[in-house]
Design a protein around this ligand. Sequence first.
Ligand SMILES: *Cc1c(COP(=O)(O)O)cnc(C)c1O
Length: 400
Amino acid sequence: MTTTAEFIALDERWSTHNYHPLPVVITEGEGAWVTDTEGKRYLDFLSAYSALNFGHRHPDLVAAAIEQLGRVTLTSRAFHHDQLGLFCAELAELTGTEMVLPMNSGAEAVESALKVARKWAYEVKGIPDGTAEIVVAGSNFHGRTTTIVSFSTDETARAHFGPFTPGFVVVKYGDAAALRDAITDRTAAVLLEPVQGEAGVIVPPDGYLAGARRLCDEHGVLLIADEIQSGLARTGTLLALDHEHVRADLYTLGKALGGGIMPLSAVVGRREVLGVLKPGEHGSTFGGNPLACAVGRTVIKLLATGEFQQRSTALGAHLHARLGELIGDGLAEVRGRGLWAGVDITPGGLSGREASAALAGKGVLCKETHGNTLRIAPPLVISEDDLDRGIDAIAEVVRR
Ligand SMILES: *Cc1c(COP(=O)(O)O)cnc(C)c1O
């Protein structure tokens, strides 16, 4: 029998060291719980960075996958299949948009949105070819491709990966005046996370996103909302932009869209924008495959009930009330929306990494974003008792 230490040694010997995982080896998951090699159970307070909004192995999602596995899993886009059109129609209806471009990973969705925005700028807006600019926010996280890290402000994500893709302008997140100053007649789009997840669950000031929308309207600029982590019920609404009653021209979706089973992402938005793509100009072998679409259609069904949005709102209010009690008593700051929180441990206390390790010891899995910040994002299926159990553990760890 392979022991926990041996599994970890195998990972460390054979997988690239681009992550620094906690020393827990998971072998099973169900709902909000996972089990390790030694039979120890943990509450999942990370949800694979919100890819597991519906928990591990949600029965409806597993059933949809099994059903589709018994029919057809991949056709490529060389042919039609019976899931793609339905998936796109249902996702457009759910999100109130007009067109869907299916991809696989979140980074691919962001890359696709950037390509589409540039093409739209040249062909529809009339910006001289090769000169379009896209305005992005500091401390952003949009993925790991060369183009995307070109406009990251995280030196670790960029160092020695250049030369970088030009055409991006970085402004301070949450600063409406900085955004206004950055827009020129060469601006194609503004790309924002409605809540910055990796940065530590940063909610921008009230009115910032609505202001960004107004600026984009005044200047004929596209607003692209990266809702890969913030969307699909995580903040209590379908999309985090819904809190400010703002509509984007393009949204990038991913993570929970694949139900924690398949990698599935999409760009959704206006026909005038996504319509610039013609055959041969963009694509993906696996994008929109039948298995991913079948699972994605079931995700859409779950979201259409509103149940998960309601759970996030109700459980999130409870989470934030309880975390708020720890301010000045282990925590310096609590941010977030819905069942999603970034908490800063009081300086001088444990680092985020040390706190994550201590929490794992107590049977709760979460992860630092950086420094002394922990990200808390339990699956939206979690019971209130289990949520309290996890918060109790957090309180014990940060109060030390
Ligand atoms: C995770 C994430 C991405 C990248 O998604 P991958 O599937 O890891 O490529 C992009 N944007 C945001 C906001 C994310 O949270």
